[in-house]
Design a protein around this ligand. Sequence first.
Ligand SMILES: Cc1ncc(COP(=O)(O)O)c(C=O)c1O
Length: 307
Amino acid sequence: MALKKTEKIWMNGKLVDWDNANIHILSHVIHYGSSVFEGMRCYKNPKGSACFRLKEHMERLKNSAKIYRMEIKYTVEELCNAVLETIKVNKLESCYVRPIAYRGYGKMGVNPFNCPVDVSIAVWEWGKYLGEEGMEKGIDVCVSSWNRLAPNTMPAMSKAGGNYLNSQLIKMEALLNGYAEGIGLDVNGYVSECSGENLFIVLKGKIITPPLSNAGLPGITRDSVIKLAKDNGIELIEQPISRELLYICDELFLTGSAAEITPVRTVDKIQIGAGKRGPITKLLQEKFFDIVECRTEDKYNWLTYVK
Ligand SMILES: Cc1ncc(COP(=O)(O)O)c(C=O)c1O
């Protein structure tokens, strides 16, 4: 999907024209993958435009940076305000938000300490990441031949640019083989997550998701789904999932800010459940969209309105 240009991109506190939002080719990030970033949605609903879990996203950005000893010179509150300002100035009602902190231009070499930590925030209109049809009918996925990150190599809890080289291998292999997405196993062969989504299965009325120790990103949609499931009386267990359980579960769905809650209808060409969105997936989608689209009270305080 081609990027839909907006007017301004926030760069280190200044609003820069979209076409001038450039960095130097010798910036550290370009050579060594030294960035941490966020992906978040702002939803239009009858009350206005609202960012979904803005504070949690900015807190995760700060934590991703902390793991890499990157000092972001803005507080969580300042980052939240900058996001709201960027959405407002671009006059978007609903959009995807991409804050990124990166090692900029300074000295070359692996040592990142001599490069500044720059911050930028871009927003643009973005439709359903895994397709409109997929949200209802489910998508076809495969188990990747590429594993997710091994412990004590690349920290999976940091949403770091470099981690997405692994994601790209998983995604490209899946797409080239005709699948919408790939599931990565962890280094021990247990299910981890997809290239850009966490994963849940439904088995005999209970929901199971891998613990974060299986090389998963602490997804904010994952956390939201866990809360929604528990509050709707559905038992939710975090436990390691073997590959073969993917094939025999009743429902399978993926969560992410871009993918929201996307059902899966086949894994490796094996039909999951009835081969379409299952009832628990549908219920959770409804509960999620009821909140972001303001059909029900925002009892968890998940929405921050762009005033
Ligand atoms: C690798 C990976 N896992 C999981 C997720 C889901 O996280 P969230 O729900 O916070 O978007 C993402 C997306 O950010 C991701 O890139």
